[in-house]
Design a protein around this ligand. Structure first.
Ligand code: COA
Length: 315
């Protein structure tokens, strides 16, 4: 497949580190050096599905397509206000999209997992145009009394449209299931029969272990995939790394032994927007005109699961 359109949408409310330090025992001086984050966009009066639909419309417009041209829609999301239907259906309803659609919850690598699924459908000859939307509101998952998690995340949506082509060179999906590293429990409806113990909790995260997983898997995934694609790290024009933490991006760059300048980041004013992170970064770089035909983009993302994934895409 090949990429023909990108889009993104962000909540209008931007929350700075200084603002958080007014109600939480934290500071810009703590957050910024450890994460690279100065501020993040946070949902206030918006609906997540509106952000997802806006990102999708922009991507379709760039692709020169209408909703009627899309024959498969993959929506990546961790948490939204509906248990059912899937967020894909809520977004599709907003846009007049009536093709088959599925939802995936692969956390931060969701965009790459979605690309891998889309490529499989293209290879099976089942589709002509695929829309991917990653829409996330991690600000609704964290406790805003927990300074170790709430400062890290931001909300937003990113979208991409793919058509038939041979520009997705390779993908690699990886899992090390260990739900205790990043998880959030949700209590379901009670029944007369449940006797097990259940509870609700905000996002729980073992930050240092996740940090190590992120760096180790990303360096390994990128090296393996670039080699599998018959390329070297020197051939890669842009390393599109999941924007979880600037220190993670820097550690990956050092692990690969690659000089600065090929790792675009937007984390300073976005924070970690889970699976929306990669497609938002992609759209922002694209609209700045950074990519030239033939450029090699390598995506790498990691997160809850634990899951990681990487992809090589020619522009
Ligand atoms: N403000 C001030 N102090 C804070 C704080 C905050 N926002 N968050 C944590 N602290 C404190 C802790 O309470 C701890 O204090 P203590 O030593 O008195 O117990 C101290 O800072 C050190 O905390 P620690 O967790 O060891 O810091 P760290 O250097 O490991 O950095 C993270 C914490 C979360 C920034 C870092 O581990 C990280 O980025 N991990 C990856 C998380 C991630 O990206 N997850 C998503 C992946 S998709």
């Amino acid at each position: 497949m090949k990429l023909i359109g990108t889009g993104s949408a962000l909540p209008h409310r931007q929350v700075t580190n200084d603002e958080i330090s007014q109600f939480l025992d934290t500071s810009d001086a703590w957050i910024c050096p450890r994460t690279g984050i100065h501020s993040r966009h946070v949902i206030s009066d918006e609906q997540l599905e509106d952000l997802g639909a806006e990102a999708a419309r922009k991507a379709l417009e760039m692709a020169g397509l209408t909703p009627a041209d899309i024959d498969f829609f993959i929506c990546s999301n961790v948490v939204n206000e509906y248990m059912t239907p899937g967020l894909s259906c809520i977004i599709a309803h907003k846009m007049g999209l009536v093709c088959p659609m599925i939802d995936i919850n692969c956390a931060c690598p969701g965009f790459i997992y979605a690309m891998d699924i889309a490529e499989t459908y293209f290879q099976a000859g089942k589709v002509s145009n695929v829309l991917i939307v990653c829409a996330e509101e991690p600000s609704r998952m964290t406790s805003w009394e927990d300074r170790s998690t709430c400062v890290l995340f931001g909300d937003g949506a990113g979208a991409a449209v793919f058509t038939k082509g041979d520009k997705l060179k390779a993908t690699k999906l990886n899992a090390e299931p260990s739900p205790d590293k990043i998880c959030e429990y949700r209590r379901l409806m009670p029944t007369p029969f449940v006797t097990k113990e259940e509870h609700d909790s905000p996002l729980l995260m073992k930050g240092r272990e996740v940090f190590r997983f992120a760096v180790t898997t990303s360096v390994r995934d990128i090296r393996e995939l670039v080699e599998k694609s018959g390329l070297t790290l020197d051939d890669v024009n842009w390393f599109m790394i999941h924007q979880a933490n600037l220190r993670i991006v820097d550690a990956i760059r050092e692990g690969l032994g690659v000089e600065q300048g090929r790792f675009p980041t937007n984390i300073a004013d976005h924070g970690n927007s889970s699976s929306a992170s990669c497609p938002i970064l992609l759209d922002e770089c694209n609209r700045k005109g950074m990519f030239k035909p033939g450029d090699i983009l390598v995506f790498s993302a990691f997160g809850a699961g634990l899951l990681s994934a990487a992809a090589v895409l020619e522009w």
